[in-house]
Design a protein around this ligand. Structure first.
Ligand code: UDP
Ligand code: MG
Length: 319
């Protein structure tokens, strides 16, 4: 029988522990074809979360509790859970029931059909504030435009199913600034999708504020692509063209003026020359910056030490 690991990070979730586990159990009970383990990661909670989890272990034998030494943050907590999970399929899920456990059934159906990744995509962002919806939309547009070969799916968070081999590859990625939602598409494999409506948090509080959303957005872009490092160079080329045009125009006007000084008397050549020199220096600086940026970007890619290919299978005839 195949085993499924449910990985749930918890930070100050005392209000949710029992509610989450009992709701999840309702779903697990119905899935007779699979064996389950629940890996709960206590991410340095300052409330009773850990004790409640230990208490719950008596009631739910398949519950394993991983206690982190301090608060490391959502991404790290999930990474810790993935490294401990032993299932043939692994499903990270939030403790606040905003990722409805019912969706797991749909994921398992696709898993049985041979999908290695099953994303749970939020159908709409109706329940979000206008600002959050707007920024999220714009963010995904920008990310999509610059992301190159790694396609990060829209409106998919941590909640998804990944197979054993995908989980192993994600755990193997060495970068310390981890963004799960980028790592999974980086690893690849056959990917399917289920759609769900995201409810509001029933109890407790969201741990994300505007600053951490910004942080996540920034990390997502940086760990997907280094394309922005080419922007200074592009700006340098643009500046160079502008500078050239400006010089040529000034020189032409200057020459016209030399031969016929009744024409174009209003042109302030000394001032224009100063502006041209500033443009020229700016262009040089921008080129220098552009070069440095590219080297820094390449160094960043190298330092991530990601595998530059992952072989899914090899087929060959026997000799
Ligand atoms: N979480 C965590 N460590 C943190 C912050 C959050 O493990 O430092 C967990 C939290 O307990 C929850 C999940 O990450 O299970 C998502 O957090 P939250 O619901 O606050 O995020 P939101 O749904 O508002 O994006
Ligand atoms: Mg939440």
């Amino acid at each position: 029988m195949k085993k499924v690991s449910i990985v749930v990070p918890m930070y100050n979730e005392e209000a949710m522990v029992e509610l989450f586990l009992s709701t999840l159990m309702e779903v697990i009970k119905k899935e007779k074809d699979y064996e389950f383990e629940i890996v709960a990661i206590n991410d340095g909670s300052k409330d009773e979360t850990l004790n409640l989890l230990y208490e719950a272990m008596k009631k739910y034998p398949m519950l394993r509790v991983v206690n982190l030494s301090r608060n490391f943050g959502h991404e790290s907590a999930v990474a810790a859970g993935l490294s401990v999970a032993s299932g043939d399929a692994v499903i990270p899920i939030d403790a606040d029931l905003q990722d409805p456990p019912e969706v797991i059934s749909g994921m398992l159906e696709l898993f049985a059909k041979g999908y290695d990744v099953v994303n749970a995509r939020r159908a709409s962002r109706k329940e979000d504030t206008f600002i959050k919806r707007y920024t999220a939309n714009k963010f995904y547009k920008v990310l999509d435009r610059i992301s190159g070969k790694v396609k990060v799916p829209q409106n998919v968070g941590h909640f998804r199913l990944i197979s054993r081999r995908v989980c192993d590859e994600v755990v193997k990625l060495t970068e310390s600034s981890r963004v799960f939602r980028v790592q999974v598409p980086y690893v690849g494999y056959k990917t399917g999708e289920v759609v769900f409506a995201r409810p509001k948090r029933p109890k407790g509080e969201s741990h994300y504020n505007f600053a951490s959303m910004f942080d996540l957005a920034f990390n997502s872009i940086i760990s997907t692509t280094i394309k922005p490092v080419y922007w200074p160079l592009k700006l340098a080329v643009f500046l160079a063209i502008m500078t050239g045009l400006s010089f040529v125009t000034e020189l032409t006007l200057f020459l016209i003026n030399l031969f016929n000084n009744s024409l174009l008397v209003g042109v302030n050549h000394p001032l224009w020359l100063v502006i041209n020199m500033i443009l020229l220096v700016g262009t040089f600086l921008m080129f220098a910056l552009g070069l440095i940026a590219i080297y820094v970007g390449k160094t960043f890619i190298e330092s991530q030490k990601r595998p530059f290919f992952i072989i899914e299978s090899i087929k060959e005839n026997k000799k």
